[in-house]
Design a protein around this ligand. Sequence first.
Ligand code: PEP
Ligand code: MN
Length: 276
Amino acid sequence: MNEKSDKKIRLAGKDSVERLEVKIGPRKDVVFGSESGSPVVIAGPCAVESEEQILRIAEAVKKAGAQALRGGAFKPRTSPYDFQGHGEEALRWLAKAREATGLPVVTEAVDEESLRLVADYADVIQIGARNSQNFALLRAAGKTQRPVLLKRGMAQGIDEWIMAAEYIMVEGNMNVILCERGIRTFGNHTRATLDIGAIAVAKSMSCLPVIADPSHAAGDVKFVPPLAKAALAGGADGIIIEVHNDPAKALSDAKQQLDLKQFSELMDEMRMLKLV
Ligand code: PEP
Ligand code: MN
């Protein structure tokens, strides 16, 4: 990024504050980007499939040590014929899972209509890779004043990604968490290429916490644990991981979701390595 465009980053840049902490949940006790605290682990299924499913997964990931719950109610699928999510009903199930476990909820808004619902139910609004330069949606997410988890687009430069965060912040919402989720490269052995370097670069260019999503980058259960550990060793302020009680039967992203035991083992290993 050249000096001229650098000056346009006013809020997400490092000029005013060195590091911004983003606190989520009803008690604001889950903190992203804390200098003293440890990285935050968000876990849960790709999609919320039923009330029983989300409750079961929420209990299990909490027991394993996750601090927040993910799960899609609105799914941005490549094919319009694929499962699109259970919508508002799934948001109600997520709210029940939060009530049962105390875990703050992270879930995606795909358009301005779903954003209004997500802002009502969730603790963190996720803006997905496919919407990372949907400027109207970014501004609308900013206006809600809810914390926003902003995925990096699959072909988005780091400067563009930070500018996308600026669109949220310019509406008075400083609660933005950046999320590196893998970009498109010539590599085809993983679903995307997790850009570990981008985590450090985004942290050096901005005041925002930066987390990583090893699940959508890996696309395969085998590669999720190494990418999760690499991201944390590389300075990520957290990770968001897909976990399912029965991955083979998952309605979306079946190949990349850890089962409950695999997630618990990964948590043990990350604790042993002092990554979380
Ligand atoms: C997701 O997290 O469910 C998702 C669809 O991720 P991405 O936007 O990174 O593809
Ligand atoms: Mn998914």
